[in-house]
Write a protein that binds this ligand. Sequence first.
Ligand code: TNX
Length: 579
Amino acid sequence: MPRRTRNAARRAPGASRAALVARGVAISLVTGLALAATLTACTAPAKNGEAMTGIVPAPISADYPDRAPFTLEQNSRLVAKGEGAAAVAETFGALARVSTGFGLPVVDGADGADAAASDIAFVVAAGEAPDGAAEGYTLESGSDGVRLAADTPAGLFRASQSLRQLLPAAIERTDAAKPPADGWTLPAASVADAPRFAYRGSMLDVARHFFPVEDVLDHIDRIALLKLNVLHLHLTDDQGWRIQIDSWPELTAAGATTSVGGDGGGFYTKDDYRRIVEYAAERFVTVVPEVDLPGHTNAALHAYPELNCDGVAPKPYEGMEVGFSSLCASPERAEATDRFLADVTRELAEMTPGPWLHVGGDESLATPQADYLDLVRRITAAGAATGKTLIGWHEMGASRELPAGTVGQYWSYVEPQEDAAELTTSFVEQGGSVILSPADVAYLDMKYPDDPDGPLGSKLGLTWADGPTTLEEAYGWEPTAIVPGLAEADILGVEAPLWTETIAAAPDLEYMVFPRIAAIAEIAWSPAPSASALAEGRPVTDGGARDLDSFHGRLASLGAHLDALGVSYRKVGGVPWVD
Ligand code: TNX
């Protein structure tokens, strides 16, 4: 079995990259487009002696004609046309200037600067994306230049991530890279692309273990490379409260000092959180904050005795059990509890520009069902009063009084267990939609098979969700084939959660997340398998939209980029990784 490799590329602190990049790009969330799509050849010739190239997630169509490549060089400019194009060009420029050492000035195409053969044009204009898809784009490259075009800045940013993947992997380096042997070339390419689902998420549990801002910024940059557009932060749990709430200061003063296993605590100040939100927005990633209620609340109950039915604060918790804590539904605690719910959701909504607020709702095993329904009603009333659309784990579907549009997040298995399917359908019946995170294929904290006994491998990950989970299992499921009766339009998207009971530092996180998150990103972005493949229950088919050989080949190319970024990913078997 391949062993975990650490790589030599230097890691730059995320902050320095963050500081390099232009700010203030508006978030743009878009709806997915059903594009009747056939996938053309996605694998291009070898580049610079490195790997087969190609894009992850697979585009709708990608052709690599046998023509002269484009070469990025000393005099290349980034020619921006249309509203929002310059900011996207600048984000790409900030990355590519460091590794290439080129100036790569962003110039305004509207001022008559026509793109030359050595330039990259970044264009935002109506009618550029396939079928006008909001995150769709086209990419054309050859010896006469490169043109990225989209209807929206978000689409243009997605195009720039395909550009990033098609360039030599050394483009990712956070120090001045030795130029690749063939120069900074991009194969001649013709790509047309748009996402299948509007919500393509990565979740980080920063409550079981806390991760500093820099780690989160690094993670955002890497998920953006895979065209994910949501970072869900699980901000509170039994082991820690990780977000500053001014009106309830003890939440962080007393509730943030612990984590699983006594590894110390931490929390994000409002400024930290805003930094994360801004860095994400520059990459067209929306932050979804979660406060997990009414269970998973030991840290809050420890900080404020008045939230407990008996008025006594429980001890801090550093174990790994779930389902023992709960807010109190009793009328004697109603004033404090409702004030807590209103203040927390209000402050969180105020610092969150995105449209969503996640209010948890999972595994409230210590809450009697009548109390659970009462508390869910009060939690969602407080959340809805902020104007945000709420998201809850699928258990919240037990309530028939959910605010309009509430989204359910499914975390049972590919084969739904117990009443998970009915609870999930309840969100759709009440006018909402669904995010799919089936734990046996999409939970990134499930162990890999045959984990090495290395310094990190053996202690990382859990197995409860039918684990271990292979890359191929993460890749081999179909969102519309899980909850009976759910149509494509009922599915807002797909998310891969990383729970961190066993994951305490950035290299552990990277090892569990990559490469399996690439499989989830491809399910969320790439065209749906054909109707006949679906009817046969085979989303992964030779030559189809989801072809395992193609995925493995493109993943090897992505691996070279992750190496250059210094990501400590698991080199799973079956992928022709480049050494
Ligand atoms: C289940 S599934 C949880 C988390 C744990 C995770 C560990 C769900 C919504 N909650 O509380 O961290 O399992 O894999």
